[in-house]
Design a protein. Structure first.
Ligand code: SF4
Length: 260
């Protein structure tokens, strides 16, 4: 198979897998593997701010640890419910800092993350009438959701796009388009995208984002979960398990020497 044919076939297979997931009934998302923590995050009707706070925490620590923070805060503070958002908004920075630090630091950057949480809670109270779900209700465009997440302290393109993608892909939130949901570039996605032959080995984050847009402009983030899971479970850094990879017949790593 010629290289260009292989690349487009691989793109089509990845896109198809992404849409296949979207066509299945909504399922509970396993964020942490811990029932109570996942219950809180999956309950975006009654606890939408828990999901928003977890997204904001997802920086420079393992995702499972970040996603567990709203639940851990609920244990440490004794409340984190929707009805108590106002109470959460009134908490002092010192008390929140203490909860972030004791008995063990909840995040690698507890002080900074305390500020981010307080900013988020105040913004949800002031701009979204205390209901974080207003960020995504009313079938907004994907750009609107991403832009609203970008307005939280500590949130960059990667988190904003990831949040929009989880809402659309996993929680099936209705949007008017998916154009602005990019891939959320991390080490897994970079490695797999490169090995598959879509980007050079040392491609920049911007390069990867624009490559995904080029491959599927209608919904660039469609590649996100398939690539990420593959990177975590099969396409490992040192020894990719190509023999059990469903993409091995098309992957560049396994088809070195193809004609271009
Ligand atoms: S075939 Fe191998 S290198 Fe290619 S994506 Fe699969 S595991 Fe990774």
């Amino acid at each position: 198979m010629l290289k260009l044919e292989r690349v487009s076939s691989l793109r089509d297979q990845l896109v198809q897998e992404g849409y296949d997931r979207l066509s299945t009934p909504r399922a509970r998302v396993k964020f942490t593997g811990e029932k109570e923590a996942d219950d809180l995050l999956n309950d975006i009707d009654l606890h939408p701010h828990a999901f928003v706070v977890a997204c904001i925490m997802d920086r420079q620590i393992r995702a499972e640890k970040a996603w567990r923070i709203p639940y851990e805060l609920r244990l440490r503070l004794g409340f984190f419910d929707f009805a108590n958002l106002a109470r959460l908004a009134e908490i002092s920075p010192e008390k929140l800092n203490e909860a972030m630090l004791q008995p063990t630091p909840i995040h690698r950057f507890p002080n900074e993350m305390s500020k981010n949480i307080l900013f988020a809670v105040h913004r949800i109270r002031n701009e979204f009438c205390g209901n974080a779900a207003a960020i995504w209700t009313g079938k907004p465009s994907s750009a609107t959701i991403v832009r609203r997440f970008l307005e939280f302290r500590g949130v960059g393109q990667k988190i904003a796009s990831m949040a929009a993608n989880i809402l659309v892909r996993d929680f099936r939130v209705a949007v008017s388009d998916r154009y602005s949901i990019d891939i959320s570039v991390d080490v897994q996605i970079t490695r797999v995208f490169s090995r598959m032959g879509f980007v050079p080995k040392n491609a920049s984050v911007d390069y990867l984002i624009f490559r995904a847009r080029e491959l599927h402009p209608e919904y660039p983030g469609i590649f996100d979960l398939v690539l990420w899971e593959l990177g975590r479970e099969v396409c490992r850094p040192l020894q990719p398990a190509c023999v059990r990879c469903r993409f091995s017949n098309l992957c560049a790593h396994k088809n070195v020497g193809d004609a271009s």
